[in-house]
Design a protein around this ligand. Sequence first.
Ligand SMILES: NC(=O)c1ccc[n+]([C@@H]2O[C@H](COP(=O)([O-])OP(=O)(O)OC[C@H]3O[C@@H](n4cnc5c(N)ncnc54)[C@H](O)[C@@H]3O)[C@@H](O)[C@H]2O)c1
Length: 244
Amino acid sequence: MTKKVAIVTGAAKGIGKAIAQRFISENYTTILVDVDDISGKQLAEELGTDAHYFNCDIRIEKSVEELFNSIIEKFNRIDAVVNNAGIIKDNVIWRMPTEDFETVIDINLKGTWLMCKYAAQQMKTQQSGRIVNIASRAWLGNPGQSNYSASKAGVIGLTRVLALELGKHGVLVNAIAPGLIDTPLTQKLPLDVQEKLIQAQPTRSMGKPEDIANTVAFLCNKNTQFITGQTIYVDGGKSIGAGI
Ligand SMILES: NC(=O)c1ccc[n+]([C@@H]2O[C@H](COP(=O)([O-])OP(=O)(O)OC[C@H]3O[C@@H](n4cnc5c(N)ncnc54)[C@H](O)[C@@H]3O)[C@@H](O)[C@H]2O)c1
C-alpha cells in the first residue's frame, strides 16, 4: 500500500514542526512547507527520507499551484493538509500601519484559502482527505490584534464553508484554535508579558506545540469520521473567558 501523504505549512518551527514530527511518527510521507529554508531543510534532514521540504510562500498562487502539482506528480495523492503558517503584527488599530493589516490577512487568511483551494481540487478528485486549519483563540477578540483576530475569524468561516462544500466528497475540514503555546512566536514576547499571559490562563501554564499536534493527529485519524466544520479549542481553558 502506498504511504499516506500530509502537507504542513509553516513546518520549519514551532507548532508546524511538532505537527510534521507527528505525521512522520505515524508513517506519513510528510511535506514541510515554509519560507525559512535553513530551518526547513535542516528539519527535513533530521526527520529522514519520508520528509520533504518545499519552499513556498503561501501568499503566492503560482507557488501554491506549483507545490500541489509537484506533490501530486511525485506521490499521486494527498491525505491531509494542515494550514499552520501564520504571523502576528500587533498594535492598537489607531497605530497599526495598514500594511501590517494587509500582510497578516495575506498570510493567515489568503494563504490558507489558496492552500485550501488546491487541496480541495485534489481531495474532491480522490473523494477523500482531511484539512485542518490552525486558527487561534484570539479570533474571539484580543486588544492589539485587530488584524490577527480578523484573519483567524476568517479562517474559521472558511473552515465551516469548506465542510459544507466538501462533506459529500468524503473530505472533512476542521479548525483548531490554540491558546498560548510555547513557540518561537510567543518566545519573542517580553518575559513580563509572557508571565502576565500565563497568569491569565485557567491552567496557569502555556501549552506545548505537541498539544496541537495531538489534536491534528486525532482529526486526521481514520477512526475520526464524523467531525467536520468544527473549531476545537486547545487553550488551557482560556476561551471560557470567566473567573480571571
Ligand atoms: N504560538 C501560539 O501561542 C499560537 C496561538 C494561537 C495560534 N497560533 C497559530 O499557530 C500557527 C503557528 O504558530 P507558531 O507559534 O508555531 O509560529 P512560528 O512563528 O513559530 O512559526 C510559523 C512558521 O510559519 C512560517 N511562515 C510564515 N509566513 C509564511 C508564508 N508566507 N509561507 C509559508 N510559511 C510561512 C514561518 O517561517 C515559520 O516557520 C500560526 O498560524 C499561529 O497564528 C499560535
